[in-house]
Design a protein around this ligand. Structure first.
Ligand SMILES: Nc1ncnc2c1ncn2[C@@H]1O[C@H](COP(=O)(O)OP(=O)(O)OP(=O)(O)O)[C@@H](O)[C@H]1O
Ligand SMILES: [Mg+2]
Length: 255
């Protein structure tokens, strides 16, 4: 028997209008426990709007959101974060001039009884997070590394590691591979594997099906504000999925 609690997230009949523009039209979207969902669609399909509603940046004009079966009635970024929903944006996620350990603990500093930041402890903890939580292998990357010297993929990894460390239940990656080389894209996909292995869930947004296919359990295809197709990876090959996406681009329909 299916109950509302079977899903980590349920967004039901969500509509969002920006003036004349209908960004989302009675959209239904779900994320399961320990599931990686690839959210695919062209420019303007409504992908970012959907996740901004989920993360409290926008309030929906219509519809309901449930997290672990409880309805979210108060939409705010803070509330979403408290629930364990974290978004990792491309480059902006980290302080460029700062070290890794400061980035990991930014805004949530470890303080001792007198309120001082415990630097040694924070560095040790950073080292552990990089190695164990996210399987960071790059030799040159230490807790004292300055963020601006990391590659794009490594920056994503640090942001994901931070989210996992602070027990995010759902990590949302909005176009994390957009400006990355193939090698860097592979790194990010590995970090997404880390999310899955830690038992958490992920929404991975991209235009590029080739980027998301290896990492996702399920694909949701959005077109002009509504889901036009949903596929479980074990039911569909990459080739078949690519064909379906061409069809959507041409006709707005999946079959
Ligand atoms: N703040 C806003 N004000 C006005 N219109 C907006 C706003 N945000 C989004 N839109 C419009 O809503 C529609 C959906 O935009 P959205 O950013 O969700 O698309 P997307 O799928 O993320 O696209 P992309 O792949 O280009 O990032 C678009 O037509 C867009 O122009
Ligand atoms: Mg977008």
């Amino acid at each position: 028997m299916e109950t509302k609690n079977d899903k980590l997230v349920r967004m039901v009949n969500i509509s969002k209008f920006f003036g004349e523009v209908t960004a989302l039209k009675e959209e239904n979207f779900e994320v399961g426990y320990n599931e990686v969902v690839g959210l695919i669609g062209d420019n303007g399909a409504g992908k970012s709007t959907l996740i901004k509603i989920l993360t409290g940046v926008y309030t929906p004009d219509k519809g309901e959101i449930y997290f672990k079966g409880e309805e979210i009635t108060y939409h705010s970024v803070e509330r979403a974060r408290k629930l364990g929903i974290e978004t990792v944006y491309q480059e902006k996620a980290l302080g460029e001039q700062q070290t890794l350990w400061r980035n990991i603990f930014m805004g949530r500093e470890m303080t001792g009884r007198l309120g001082f930041i415990q630097i040694k402890k924070a560095k040790e903890e950073t080292e552990r997070i990089l190695k164990e939580v996210i399987g960071f292998t790059a030799a040159g990357v230490t807790p004292d590394s300055v963020v601006e010297r990391l590659s794009g993929g490594e920056k994503q990894g640090v942001a994901i590691a931070r989210a996992l460390h602070f027990e995010a239940e759902l990590i949302i990656l909005d176009e994390p591979t957009m400006a990355l080389s193939l090698a860097e894209t592979k790194k990010v996909l590995n970090f997404v594997k880390g999310i899955k292995e830690q038992g958490k869930s992920c929404i991975f947004i991209t235009h590029n099906i080739y980027h998301v296919y290896p990492a996702a359990d399920r694909f949701v295809v959005l077109d002009r504000g509504r889901t036009v197709g949903e596929f479980i990876k074990k039911d569909i090959s990459l080739d078949e999925l690519v064909k379906k996406l061409y069809l959507v681009a041409r006709t707005g329909e999946i079959s």
